[in-house]
Design a protein around this ligand. Structure first.
Ligand SMILES: Cc1cc2nc3c(=O)[nH]c(=O)nc-3n(C[C@H](O)[C@H](O)[C@H](O)COP(=O)(O)O)c2cc1C
Length: 312
């Protein structure tokens, strides 16, 4: 079985590995480090103005070695989304991924500019809609992931999406080693998107506390809050999400109380605020035991995948 197939050829990648967009975290530095090491680095536009997104893109382009691709993960709810799309289209960003929300209204402009659009989708319906709108591929993201999540598990979602669409499918959620990459390729995915493991990368701009919390975590150390709302989030069991979970069980809790508690939670985690931070991370945190550079992380995953696929 070939690990480096059409995805690598089309996007100019050495490895079929995307670094998922992570709000406030996947900056130009992290994206460039992943891309320079052979994967696809993605700048996340979440929480940024159009001018700040433009600046991140410029900085990333400066940090990239010649010929390396990169991408932007678009936060569709941004009040400046129209300007951001305009800039992304004119800056000839090679790849755009989209998270929560319907990307289809924005796709014609991006496609006309030659941008490959790859929506991150939580179910078959969204995958079909993305295909019909001209997406190059989709990332099927399971509920094991860190951050905002859907309901389906990666193992159940990926084969159903593969059967439903004729465009390439990448798998995300719960992947942090080579055997899981191999498993997704055997299922029929063309590559994987990883988030949680890149949080412990040397080039990742989160606090030492955030990195250590992931390294210390065991399999059952994440909690999901907000089920039944449009803000379902998986994070480590630190004080803030635990308080949130308690509060949302109480009938007299107001939306405003929950919002106040969660405000800037990921940013606080990035800065190392144990009490107030929301340390978003996936269920695979328990498998992550050490810090490493982006290049080391991807080289190790690829070597393990190659060994697994050749029966070693
Ligand atoms: C801290 C954190 C923040 C994230 N923020 C975003 C985001 O802003 N937009 C998005 O589309 N996905 C976001 N994600 C999801 C990742 O891009 C990726 O798909 C996911 O982490 C893959 O699953 P894994 O965590 O099991 O590796 C985030 C994930 C994490 C861990």
């Amino acid at each position: 079985m070939q690990i480096k197939g059409k995805l690598c050829e089309d996007l100019g990648l050495k490895y079929p590995i995307f670094q998922g967009g992570m709000a406030y975290i996947s900056t130009a530095e992290l994206a460039a480090a992943v891309s320079n090491a052979g994967g696809l680095g993605l700048i996340c536009s979440s929480g940024l103005t159009a001018a700040q997104v433009a600046e991140e893109i410029r900085r990333c382009q400066q940090l990239l070695e010649p010929g390396r691709p990169f991408g932007v993960n678009l936060m569709l709810q941004s009040p400046e989304i129209a300007q951001i799309i305009d800039f992304v289209a004119t800056a000839k960003v090679p790849v755009v991924t989209t998270g929560a929300g319907d990307p289809t209204p924005y796709m014609p402009k991006l496609l006309a500019a030659g941008v490959k659009v790859i929506p991150v989708i939580p179910n078959v319906r969204a995958a079909k809609k993305a295909e019909a709108a001209g997406a190059y591929a989709v990332v099927a993201e399971g509920t094991e992931s860190g951050g905002h999540i859907g309901e389906m598990t990666t193992l159940a979602l990926v084969p159903q999406v593969l059967r439903a669409v004729n465009i390439p499918v990448l798998a995300a959620g719960g992947i942090a080693d080579g055997r899981s990459l191999a498993a997704m390729l055997v299922l029929g995915a063309v590559g994987v998107q990883l988030g949680t493991i890149f949080l412990v990368a040397d080039e990742c701009p989160v606090s030492d506390l955030y990195k250590q919390k992931i390294i210390d975590a065991v399999d059952t150390d994440t909690i999901v809050t907000g089920r039944g709302t449009s803000h379902v989030v998986r994070a480590l069991k630190t004080p803030m999400p635990m308080r949130y979970a308690e509060l949302e069980k109480q009938p007299d809790t107001t939306e405003a109380q929950l919002e106040a508690l969660a405000e800037r939670g990921l940013l606080k985690a990035k800065q190392g605020d144990l009490e107030g931070g929301c340390f978003m991370a996936g269920q695979i945190s328990g498998l992550i035991t050490k810090r490493a550079s982006c290049a080391q992380i991807m080289q190790e995953i690829m070597a393990e995948a190659e060994a697994a696929l050749s029966g070693k």
